[in-house]
Design a binder for this molecule. Structure first.
Ligand code: BGC
Length: 761
């Protein structure tokens, strides 16, 4: 066994659960304010109701106004419109006893009115600068419209594509998820002493803490049960990374952890989050998270509210458990004044940091909306980023890019919809402003080619399922004709076209919250349409819309070209044209594994080896860890994605094959663009720790670089390896490195890599 070198981290840095400001001016201000507050007013700050019905100019008469005046509201969320927000803020500032301003939150998840790709798509760009910029623009637009707090980033690791909310996260890898978390927080808030200095920086809220993506069977809100080893090694890092980046707030998840709902889990909310990671912002529950603990079965509303406060929750979203029961619990000695004060202080600190005490209307400059929301330069960037999020899954005989000529038949239920373009969780989007694929392609080809359209099929055969998958005004306007009638119309236009662009897959609400699926293929009726389109003998390009990995076994075998466009946001249609016609060379790489079938789930690249791994090159051996009826391989592995260029990887060169615990080495590889087009490639760097005191994954992403190579150009990419990079959580959850041998693997995806070995002595 290797010698244990370092033990660190856990249990050190006992920062008590208190607000830990280094800002004495802020402390004094809040001390003075809190001295004036009654216990009821303090509890009022912990209350975050939904916005209710507020009509512009009528805030005073709104259903929530009475509570605001009585000091029973700390913030509101999901109200859209700066005029309204300003009005409501005025009620708080002018008509409540102490005039404490409200904080206004919203789910600004992947853009505001300018919508970027769904987070899963955005993550496939592997472009941290672009991701940060997308968050910056989202913050700019949201703040111009009165919002100063966003419930983003969502960083839940998930290995279960049945779960609809994989669309909102960054895939399956903790390291990549952590980098993205940091980029988003920087984009929303700014960094260091440049945080919240301008009125276009807003507070970020990392969610859903913790482990929400690991619900059993991919069913939303379901039970989570995993070892602490796995939590620390595979699921926690993205949340921790957001904390390291200075995230101002954290949202508790709905699920239970170790048998206690996260919302009442003191170990999670105080021991890990604050004592171990040093978080000093505030924690808000998820929507009705407190009241749901009654159904979890851990007590009545008063009990669960007290447990949440004891655990370290500061703000109660919607449930009003704090508002209606904490005073009683205080009187009965079930919660302390110190606990109430602490939560209240954390909320007031957030408002102070945002600058709301100096100017409650900091985010209410009504002149900004016109200039800053849905601004042309934002849209331009969104188009560029959307194209970077697309993943080219297949391209036989270089069918793509298409020429801008002849007749292009767009066929499929996703080809002519605006409402389904922005994707799930785009609450501020104005659907009328989105562009359909048909119009996007027309705009890109201009008068050089003829674009025609037929729906070809409904989303699904089952109208009830279609209803559920097109909620929130995302209707696909179900066509009452028979399957055959719809298909025949499509075949008719396909017959006369030069190429068929099949726009198939999921509608935007087929994934997202409470949209788990037990089958994750392209819906039956669309698949039948695709088969018929292929039978025409015309070239078929599948433009795949999806919010999750789908089982594309049949499509991968039968369709010559597949471009996965996720849901690319308001500008997606143009970006689809840019990529299909070769104005942009695709460069997205999957951040989540695409399984062959549902039975293989969970399937992820950084798995353990087991004691009975399959021999290389085999897909079945008796008494090995495998299935009788399907190989262990995915259809598309993590990190996979094609380009119109071909990238050739040299062997890996190490600067040395051994280092000691103070040393470092480099691993280099030369990548050559062998294609005819300039292009970008995401060079991925993995490590395997061959022997550990606990079992180690077969590979783990440790770095990546997205490079641009002109046609014919070669570049050498170098990754630095230090013992720090080799650390992991051992059995006692100490974060350590251990001496021994390591594999270095570098390549364009997690499967096809070049490798070398070194030793840490
Ligand atoms: C979701 C959160 C969201 C909240 C507020 C909940 O249902 O789980 O992600 O931020 O609603 O809209």
């Amino acid at each position: 066994m290797k010698k244990l070198i370092t033990t660190v981290l856990l249990g050190c840095a006992m920062i008590t659960a208190g607000a830990q400001s280094k800002d004495s001016k802020m402390d004094r201000f809040i001390d003075e304010l809190m001295n004036k507050m009654t216990i009821e007013e303090k509890i009022g700050q912990l209350n975050l109701p939904g916005s209710g019905d507020i009509v512009t100019g009528q805030a005073k008469n709104s259903d929530i106004a009475g509570k605001i005046k009585r000091g029973q509201v700390g913030g509101l969320f999901n109200i859209k419109g700066v005029e309204k927000i300003k009005d409501v803020q005025r009620v708080a500032v002018e008509e409540s006893r102490l005039g404490i301003p409200l904080i206004f939150g919203m789910d600004v998840i992947h853009g505001y009115e300018t919508v970027f790709p769904i987070p899963l798509g955005l993550s496939c760009s592997w472009d941290m600068e672009a991701i940060e910029k997308s968050a910056r623009i989202a913050a700019t637009e949201a703040s111009a419209d009165g919002i100063c707090w966003t419930f983003s980033p969502m960083v839940d690791i998930s290995r279960d594509p049945r779960w609809g909310r994989v669309s909102e996260g960054n895939g399956e890898d903790p390291y990549l998820g952590g980098q993205i978390a940091k980029a988003m927080v920087r984009g929303y808030q700014g960094t260091g002493d440049k945080t919240f200095t301008t009125n276009n920086q807003i507070m970020s809220c990392v969610k859903h803490y913790a482990l929400y993506g690991a619900g059993e069977a991919g069913r939303d809100y379901n039970t989570v049960d995993m070892s602490h080893q796995r939590m620390y090694s595979e699921y926690f890092y993205p949340y921790q990374a957001a904390v390291e980046a200075g995230v101002g707030s954290v949202m508790a998840s709905f699920n239970e952890v170790d048998g206690v709902p996260a919302t009442a889990n003191r170990w999670l909310m105080t021991e890990v989050l604050r004592n171990q990671w040093g978080f000093n912002g505030f924690v808000v529950t998820d929507f009705t998270g407190i009241a749901e603990m009654v159904d979890h079965g851990i007590g009545d509303l008063q009990t669960v509210s007290a447990r949440a406060l004891n655990a370290g929750i500061d703000m109660d979203m919607v449930a009003e458990g704090f508002l209606t029961t904490i005073k009683k619990s205080f009187d009965e000695g079930k919660v302390t004044k110190a606990e109430i004060d602490l939560a209240c202080r954390r909320i007031l600190e957030a408002k102070y940091k945002l600058g709301l005490f100096s100017d409650p209307y900091k985010y209410c400059d009504v002149s900004r909306v016109k200039k800053e929301v849905y601004a042309p330069e934002h849209r331009q960037l969104a188009r560029k980023i959307a194209a970077e999020s697309f993943v080219l899954l297949k391209n036989d005989n270089n069918l793509l890019p298409l020429s801008k000529k002849g007749t292009i038949a767009v066929v499929g239920p996703l080809g002519n919809t605006k409402e389904n373009m922005p994707g799930t969780w785009s609450v501020a989007a104005d659907f009328n402003k989105a562009t359909t694929v048909v119009d996007g392609l027309k705009s890109v080809v201009g008068n050089k080619a003829n674009v025609v359209y037929a729906k070809g099929s409904n989303l699904t055969t089952d109208p009830v399922l279609e209803d559920r998958a097109t909620m929130f005004d995302r209707s696909l306007k179900r066509d009452d004709r028979t399957e055959e009638e719809l298909r025949n119309e499509a075949l008719q236009i396909a017959k006369n076209a030069d190429v068929i662009v099949a726009t198939l897959g999921e509608s935007s609400e087929y994934s997202g919250e409470s949209s788990s699926r037990s089958e994750i293929g392209i819906p039956d009726v669309q698949q039948r349409l695709l088969m018929e389109l292929l039978k025409t003998g015309k070239p078929v390009v599948l433009v795949l819309f999806t919010g999750r990995p789908l089982t594309l076994t049949w499509e991968n075998e039968n369709v010559p070209a597949i471009l996965n466009v996720w849901f690319g946001g308001t500008e997606a249609a143009y970006a689809i044209g840019d990529v299909l016609f070769g104005d942009v060379n695709p460069s997205g790489k999957l951040t989540t594994t695409f399984p062959q079938n549902v039975g293989q789930i969970p399937l992820y690249y950084n798995h353990k080896n087991t004691g009975r791994p399959l021999a290389e090159g085999k897909w079945f051996e008796k008494f090995r860890s495998n299935y009788l009826d399907v190989s262990n391989d995915p259809v598309y592995p993590f990190g996979y994605g094609l380009s119109y260029s071909q990238f050739d990887y040299s062997d890996v060169t190490l600067s040395s094959t051994a280092i000691d615990s103070n040393g470092e080495l480099t691993a280099s590889i030369t990548v050559t663009n062998k294609g005819k087009m300039d292009g970008k490639e995401v060079v991925q760097f993995y490590i395997r720790d061959i022997v550990g005191s606990v079992t180690r994954p077969v590979k783990e992403l440790k770095g990546f670089e997205k490079i641009f190579l002109k046609a014919g150009e070669a570049k050498t990419v170098t990754f630095k390896i230090t013992p720090e990079l080799l650390k992991f959580y051992n059995y006692d959850l100490n974060y350590v490195f251990e001496l021994g041998d390591f594999d270095v693997m570098i390549g364009g995806n997690s499967r096809d890599v070049k490798s070398a070995k070194f030793t840490l002595k």
